[in-house]
Design a protein around this ligand. Structure first.
Ligand code: HEC
Ligand code: HEC
Ligand code: HEC
Length: 143
């Protein structure tokens, strides 16, 4: 092998290595971007505006991150229909404290208690306005 051939060979090795790195990094980036709605529920955050504006719920945090399956909420606690719970007069903090709705888990043992960290769930009017264009709500009509 002459030196030209050797140069070519090492150049080729570097090229292969760079290609491999790009492939791995690229593959990972794609994997992170993908969110399977069939496996984890709707991707868009759900925002409740009744009775108070506004409370945020994210499927990803509960399914993909916390590992809950659909049956832990559907259909015993919530229907698979945005706006359903908001039609109930008892969709209130008292119900949560009594173990209904979000309070079935947000009781201080399965997940943080409903009488703590108010602002984690309550994004308020400002948070709601900031999210405009992104969230789905069933406010005003719908079903
Ligand atoms: C921690 C509770 C929880 C879990 C777990 C959960 N969901 Fe949901 N889901 C909700 C809530 C809350 C709503 C809104 C219900 C309402 O507004 O009354 C909802 C609504 C939905 C909707 C209606 C969306 C729309 O546009 O009307 C679908 C579809 C859905 N969920 C699918 C799933 C699937 C599939 C899974 C399992 C991979 C899942 N959910 C797991 C709480 C949960
Ligand atoms: C089936 C159980 C279950 C139900 C029902 C449930 N959650 Fe959760 N939630 C969890 C678990 C588990 C976590 C992750 C652990 C933690 O943060 O304590 C979590 C985390 C969260 C977080 C993220 C907290 C953070 O640190 O970012 C929010 C916000 C939240 N839940 C809101 C809600 C709302 C709003 C509802 C009702 C519409 C609800 N959850 C219903 C189990 C539940
Ligand atoms: C686990 C999520 C969660 C946490 C934590 C939470 N809330 Fe709520 N809250 C809700 C949901 C869901 C509703 C009903 C939907 C809506 O009003 O948008 C609600 C409704 C309310 C309402 C109107 C109904 C009522 O009960 O009068 C008030 C006021 C309220 N929350 C205050 C608080 C305060 C204060 C805290 C902290 C001590 C708190 N919330 C913590 C989820 C939460």
């Amino acid at each position: 092998m002459n030196s030209d051939q050797r140069d070519f060979l090492s150049f080729f090795k570097v090229l292969t290595l760079v290609g491999l790195i790009l492939f791995l990094v690229g593959g990972q980036a794609v994997a992170e971007e993908e969110y399977d709605e069939d496996a984890y529920g709707p991707e868009a955050p759900i925002v409740f505006v009744t009775p108070v504006k506004a409370v945020i719920f994210t499927h990803k945090i509960h399914t993909m991150d916390a590992g809950l399956d659909c049956e832990s909420c559907h259909d015993s606690l919530f229907q698979m229909e945005i706006g359903n719970a908001e039609q109930n007069d008892d969709f209130t903090m008292q119900s949560l404290y009594d173990g209904q709705y979000c309070g079935a888990c947000h009781d201080g043992s399965t997940a943080f208690a409903s009488n703590t960290r108010c602002t984690v769930c309550h994004i308020g009017v400002k948070g709601f306005d900031r999210m405009q264009g992104e969230p789905q709500t069933a406010a005003h009509g719908g079903h």
